[in-house]
Design a protein around this ligand. Structure first.
Ligand code: ZN
Length: 227
């Protein structure tokens, strides 16, 4: 496995690290972004741990390439706030549209360059999806008709088999959110694009665990790792 690190939005307040892990064999590109919302720390720590594990060779990419941006919105993360404007509404909204935020521009240029087959955006939300249809905690979200749908359903099934608390069970949501990185990845890059949402009210350790498990299942599904 070959490892590379780059800086995005260099010499700006948004400067952040981009990590690339190339497997020995060719295969798909999977891109994982966390911290588009700076206070969703469970997702950020999970992405940071993933990078650490790969750097320490406790986890290896066998084929393809994994791209990880653990902290997409550095100024928001430093203050532990969601971020204003909401970075996840500033990605290109239409075919010819442009990103309206320098960090969205930087992330979208990575998407255009590497053309990920899979795009995962890690978040945390209020409420438990097992209790209400109107909340996003413990959900995997993709766009209606996205090629990710069957895999999302499969991974939710696998996750829910092992989730001990019934209230922690994951559910699918199908939604097109204009200006979000997921919808830009789906519409403009034709990626299988998924937002992973854990629930705020769970312990940080639990949220990190769920993010890690979901991400590893997608990496396995894409053929990057073997369990
Ligand atoms: Zn979020």
């Amino acid at each position: 496995m070959r490892t590379e690190s780059q800086k995005l939005a260099q010499n700006t307040p948004f400067e952040t690290s981009l990590h690339l892990f190339h497997g020995e064999m060719s295969g798909p590109v999977v891109m994982i972004v966390a911290g588009i919302h700076g206070k969703e720390v469970g997702s950020i720590y999970a992405a940071q741990q993933l990078v650490k594990q790969l750097r320490n060779h406790r986890l290896t990419i066998q084929r393809g390439t994994l791209i990880v941006v653990p902290i997409a919105n550095q100024p928001a993360f430093k203050k532990r706030v969601r971020g204003k404007p909401d970075l996840n509404r500033t990605f290109p909204r239409s075919r010819g549209g442009k990103a309206t935020h320098e960090m969205a521009r930087a992330l979208f240029s990575v998407m255009k360059k590497y053309k990920p087959v899979w795009y995962l955006d890690l978040h945390e939300a209020n409420g438990l999806s097992s209790k209400s249809k109107h909340v996003l905690g413990q959900t995997l979200i993709t766009n209606p008709g996205n090629a990710a749908v069957p895999v999302v359903r499969k991974i939710i099934k696998q996750m829910n088999k092992r989730v001990n608390h019934p209230s922690h069970k994951f559910h699918i949501r199908l939604h097109k959110l204009k200006g979000s990185s997921r919808t830009a990845a789906a519409d403009r890059i034709h990626a299988k694009a998924v937002t992973v949402e854990t629930c705020w009210s769970l312990k940080k350790k639990t949220r990190i665990k769920y993010h890690t498990q979901v991400v590893q299942r997608f990496m396995q599904e894409a053929g990057l790792i073997k369990f």
